[in-house]
Design a protein around this ligand. Structure first.
Ligand code: XLS
Ligand code: NI
Ligand code: NI
Length: 433
């Protein structure tokens, strides 16, 4: 037990008219939308790294936060776990996510780090017997320690590849033991800073081999969760191999893994790649690789991965629209890969950030469900592509250029442009958000 959140009561749904600072105005876990409870649609997760491990630094300044667990050793790690489960209870959070490095102290050797992780995993398991918070996903931090500065799986040094493989094995074991529903790989250092010292082809072969081993190990231990890759175009490396959903799909196809691995799509990463969040979700679902989301937002001006909590419900409504349209989450969920601003020092700030984020997502999802139930966009889309229902249009797809050319002349085909109706559709969306 800690007294970190002393005086903060569990947050409950009070409806849009509540004037309490800490209350859910939209997130009523039991509200049924499209036949499912909101809690089961949204599947919220708290991210251990930002909420409990991050000290509040930026590139110009160090720690701003004071947390009772900010010191080395297993006792501090357990105190941190106590604090984490206290926040989960305040929020009634259904899930959490963690990296090995967030939860255990680094040991002097690999074996000691692994034992530290196992001890904390046992400690988590004990807490999870009485808590209702489950593990959405586990992952390995293969980017913070200096040994990974030139990559993990893509490192020119085979000893680093080995160390990364051993680390991922220990994190998959931990995730499996805790009943995790997914296992995530985000390749923060799987890229390069300069081509002058980089063998691109060799590095991506290594990454493909590594991922194949991860999939094989999943089957070996009987882990039933989903393996997820999290695309990001840059940061920390200048160029990353897992740039965006399209790039990751090409990579999976190249190594024959497109039926084994799905994607965890992060709002901020989509924007950095020059896409919208909903584009990445729609593309992944059209390719059959949609898995989960990391919910956050970037600052509109600063142009980097600022990992802020979402606060714009019309924006998230479009993302949830694509998720609902794809049938909703299976093993995935909404992980708040989001951190406080470094001046937000108080424990209550951490609670308020999550409450606000959960409310924004709930409001967005409710709007998305209403749009889908109305069916306006789907009707317009069906109408827009209706010409393709004609037998001669379908036949064209299995035909060839010369026969199509002959038909254009014999039938006197003369396409008539039609409005794309974008503004009317935008107005339509605004009726729901
Ligand atoms: C960093 C990533 C990271 C992953 C997990 O930009 O979003 O937090 O989600 O390693
Ligand atoms: Ni990120
Ligand atoms: Ni992320």
């Amino acid at each position: 037990m800690t007294d970190f959140f002393a005086g903060i009561a569990p947050v409950r749904y009070e409806g849009p008219d509540s004037d309490a600072e800490l209350a859910f105005r939209w997130y009523d876990p039991d509200r049924v939308v499209m036949g499912k409870r909101l809690e089961d649609h949204l599947r919220f997760a708290v991210a251990y790294w930002h909420s409990f491990a991050w000290p509040g630094g930026d590139p110009f300044g160090g720690q701003t936060f004071e947390r009772p667990w900010f010191s080395d050793g297993m006792e501090a790690a357990k105190l941190k776990a106590d604090g984490a489960f206290e926040l989960f209870e305040i929020l009634d959070a259904p899930f959490f996510c963690f990296h090995d490095a967030d939860v255990r102290p680094e040991g002097a050797t690999f074996a000691e780090s692994r034992r530290n992780l196992e001890e904390i995993v046992d400690y988590f398991a004990g807490k999870m017997e009485t808590s209702r918070t489950k593990l959405l996903w586990g992952t390995a931090n293969l980017f913070s320690h200096r040994r990974f500065m030139a990559g993990a799986a893509t490192n020119p040094d085979p000893d680093v590849f080995a160390y990364a493989a051993a680390t991922v094995k220990s994190c998959m074991d931990a995730t499996h033991r805790l009943g995790g529903q997914n296992y995530v790989l985000w390749g923060g250092r799987e890229g390069y800073e300069t081509l002058l010292n980089t063998d691109l082809g060799r590095e991506s072969e290594q990454a493909g081999r590594f991922l194949s081993m991860v999939v094989a190990y999943k089957h070996k231990i009987g882990f039933e969760g989903t393996i997820l890759i999290e695309p990001k175009p840059q940061e920390p490396t200048k160029h990353q191999y897992d740039y965006d959903v399209a790039t990751v799909y090409g990579f999976l196809r190249r190594f024959g893994l497109e039926n084994e691995v799905k994607v965890n799509i992060e709002q901020g990463h989509a924007i950095l790649a020059g896409h919208s969040f909903e584009h990445e979700i729609a593309l992944a679902s059209s390719l059959g690789i949609f898995g989960s989301i990391d919910m956050n937002r970037n600052d509109y001006q600063s142009g980097w991965d600022t990992d802020q909590f979402p606060n714009n419900h019309p924006e998230v409504a479009l993302a949830y629209y694509e998720i609902l349209r794809a049938g909703g989450f299976a093993t995935g969920g909404t992980n708040f890969d989001a951190k406080l601003r470094r001046q937000s020092l108080d424990p209550v700030d951490l609670v308020a950030a999550h409450v606000g984020g959960m409310d924004v997502c709930a409001r967005g999802l409710i709007a998305a469900a209403a749009m889908l139930e109305d069916g306006g966009l789907e009707r317009l889309r069906a109408e827009r592509y209706a010409g393709w229902d004609a037998p001669e249009a379908q036949a064209m797809l299995t035909s060839d250029l010369a026969s199509i050319a002959a038909r254009v002349e014999s039938d006197g085909i003369d396409p008539q442009p039609r409005s794309g109706r974008q503004e009317r559709l935008e107005n339509w969306v605004n009726r729901f958000v």
